[in-house]
Design a protein around this ligand. Structure first.
Ligand code: NAD
Length: 419
């Protein structure tokens, strides 16, 4: 059972990061006003029938933040903490994420306030189909292309695709990414975000002289992003000393057997009861002695309270918005390097872009091709961020925002603002 517990504005925090970069770019006031407002926010009711026959009503959201560089792009979240504020922040981040890796997309995000862990397969299908049906007019390959996020899966994307295709009477796999391979999904998509996290982390570790075989890594969240990143690090010889999920944390200074933990988590749908490490609190995983910390769960996990106790030399943000601006400031003061979410977890949307392109061409790539192109895009744009950070003497986060904002503003200036 998941719980909702977020009161402070996530979008407010997200804008703080934007403003810092915008000031360094001398962005004019009008453009700043435009870029700190979402283009479109949609809220709707999702009535659905429980297996018991009872009628329930949930709330659905889709925020299309910016279209300057292409159709809106971003996942759909099913979680009890989903609010308009959170979805707006996530859509805002998607705008900069797509731009920082130079994809021809704008930013969007969606969600349903619900706890998918308490819903049957049939209930999830009915919610998803009604969610998709409500959005038929505003999504599409050239309008807005959703994907999976926390609590949603390739199966949910398949139902979304099917519902859209039924309503439009057209087989349209490119309306959504993260689909199963049988329906036009891309090879490598499931692993893409975790793979991207490990690619930029290993590149930065090399810069900092941290040898993979000596590296101790702690990972918060053991879902799609966290578990795949853990596997990629373990494959490179790193020792994963701590992992956690909603059930709690697990610590083993000799290194957790990642294949075993993944198999356990898949079988039990959680790490609850996992015996391959000492049971600790979720908070303890963030403060665990390690070289690299990967928050890969939800927003606002690294805060002013725990930031002074973080041991890692490097933080790689697998999750979106895991660090509050106050904590980020503390990390900067303490000389802890942070690879920001909009860059570190951009591997998922990058392979989503490949999936969209493959669906439109009707021609599918080999997995090695997908992984090669993913590495090229991630590492090339990380090098640009590093270069900008060095020339402007700013942290990676500010440099990533500067690069992304510049790209979006350039497109907007060339198109002109229809005002
Ligand atoms: P997921 O649903 O597969 O996994 C989320 C994990 O976080 C689960 O293991 C869950 O138990 C755990 N978790 C939830 N609350 C927690 C808590 N309080 N403490 C510790 N663990 C907790 O989701 P995911 O797709 O892995 O996404 C994780 C993060 O990565 C999110 O911020 C998401 O927006 C971001 N992200 C995902 C993708 C993607 O392709 N899936 C891409 C970019 C960014």
């Amino acid at each position: 059972m998941l719980t909702a517990a977020r009161e402070v504005s996530v979008f407010g925090d997200a804008i703080a990061y934007f403003n810092e970069a915008a000031s360094l770019l001398d962005l004019e006031a009008g453009m700043r006003r435009l870029l700190t407002k979402p283009s479109r926010q949609i809220i709707f009711s999702i009535p659905f029938q429980r297996d018991s026959g009872e009628l329930e009503v949930y709330t659905g959201y889709r925020v299309q933040y910016n279209f300057a560089r292409g159709p809106a792009k971003g996942g759909i979240r099913y979680h009890p903490g989903v609010t308009l504020d959170e979805v707006t922040a996530l859509a805002f981040w998607m705008t900069w994420k797509c731009a920082v890796v130079d994809l021809p997309f704008g930013g969007g995000k969606g969600g349903v306030t619900c706890d998918p862990t308490t819903l049957s397969k049939g209930e999830l299908e009915r919610i998803t189909r009604r969610y998709a049906a409500e959005l038929v007019e505003v999504v599409g390959p050239d309008k807005d292309v959703p994907a999976p996020d926390v609590g949603t899966t390739p199966q949910i994307m398949a139902w979304f695709f099917d519902t859209y295709s039924m309503h439009t009477r057209q087989h349209t796999p490119s309306v959504v990414t993260g689909k199963p391979l049988e329906l036009g999904g891309s090879r490598g998509r499931v692993e893409a975000t975790g793979r991207g996290v490990s690619l930029v982390a290993l590149a930065q570790m090399a810069e900092m002289g941290i040898e993979p075989k000596n590296a101790r890594i702690a990972i918060q969240g053991f879902g799609n992003v966290g578990s795949v990143a853990a596997k990629m690090f373990a494959d490179r010889g790193c020792s994963i000393v701590g992992i956690s999920d909603v059930s709690g944390g697990y610590y083993n200074e000799r290194g957790i057997d990642i294949a075993g933990a993944t198999a356990y988590s898949q079988e039990h749908h959680s790490l609850e009861g996992y015996r391959g490490g000492d049971r600790v609190t979720n908070q303890a995983i963030l403060e665990t002695p390690c070289d690299v910390l990967v928050p890969a769960a939800l927003e606002k996990q690294l805060t002013v309270e725990n930031a002074p106790r973080v041991h890692a030399k490097l933080i790689v943000e697998g999750a979106n918005g895991p660090t509050t601006p106050e904590a980020d400031h503390i990390f900067h003061e303490r000389g802890i390097v942070v690879i920001p979410d909009i860059l570190a977890n951009a591997g998922g949307v990058t392979v989503s872009y490949f999936e969209w392109a493959q669906d439109r061409a009707g021609y599918f790539w080999r997995e090695s091709e997908v992984n090669e192109r993913l590495a090229e895009i991630m590492l090339e744009n990380f090098a640009r961020v590093r270069e900008l950070a060095a020339t402007r003497n700013v942290p990676y986060r500010t440099a990533a925002y500067m690069l992304a904002i510049n790209r979006v503003v350039q497109s907007m200036n060339i198109r002109g603002v229809y005002a």
